[in-house]
Write a protein that binds this ligand. Sequence first.
Ligand code: 7PM
Length: 285
Amino acid sequence: TAPTLDCNGRALVLDRPRVMGIVNVTPDSFSDGGAHDTLQAAVAHGLRLAGEGADILDIGGESTRPGAADVPVEEELRRVIPVIERLASETALPISIDTSKPEVMRAAIAAGAGMINDVYGLRRDGALDAAAALGVPVVLMHMQGEPRDMQAQPRYDDVVSEVFRFLAERIFAAEMSGIDKKRIVVDPGFGFGKTLDHNLALLAQLHRFDELGVPLLAGLSRKKSIGELTGRDDPRERVHGSVAAHLVAAQRGARLLRVHDVAATVDALKVWNAVAAQPMPKPRT
Ligand SMILES: Nc1nc2[nH]c(S[C@@H](C(=O)O)c3ccccc3)nc2c(=O)[nH]1
């Protein structure tokens, strides 16, 4: 039986790679930037991704852009809560909240979200206890440094081992706080304190994270590394490179893919699934 995440009553079955559609509710992601327009545009975007075949929607109100100032909790709530309420009522999809703040976690789950996606791995004060009390699945991601400085000088002796150890420690910390291991997803955090070479090493050795015994999320969509490999400076032109990277991640064990371009990724996974479903001839004994 496949691992199944109970997201506040909405099931996310990880029997095959599943697609998490990104809904950024940050004024800088919608041209006009007005609050009402941002709400309308974000909800429309979420509904569109649902129509394209997303298995879950990830709502984020704080751009973790390197160098970005921390968004005050009231502002983050003002952005994401109305979007979660509308999407939770207008789609049957599970919804994850991309936040590191305990207050935002609580309000988001109360508003209908069913999973916590924390790029900070529940390291903020009160985050572990909040996540434990809320009883929903959590994504624990690796980041070296802080969003404002993480890309300045990423450095590792052995990036895969160090990210592995960090994730193992966060799983332990989560379990010690009462979070059942069955509710935990881990994520190497592509682009969060990593150079291109670090990201490529993590992708190439993604299978090593199977040893942690929890499902893996990969988020490479439209990231700088994809741009560097393809020479595409405009993130909107990084769809093909992103789909390729996510297929590699799926092939090497990722069961959640966090993407902007849902339709393209869904089509690619249909090909992947068809091949994965092929019976393998018994190895000649
Ligand atoms: N679990 C998980 N959550 C995530 N949230 C993000 S924000 C990122 C982006 O490019 O989307 C980003 C980074 C920097 C600035 C803006 C946006 N990336 C991930 C990820 O890789 N894994």
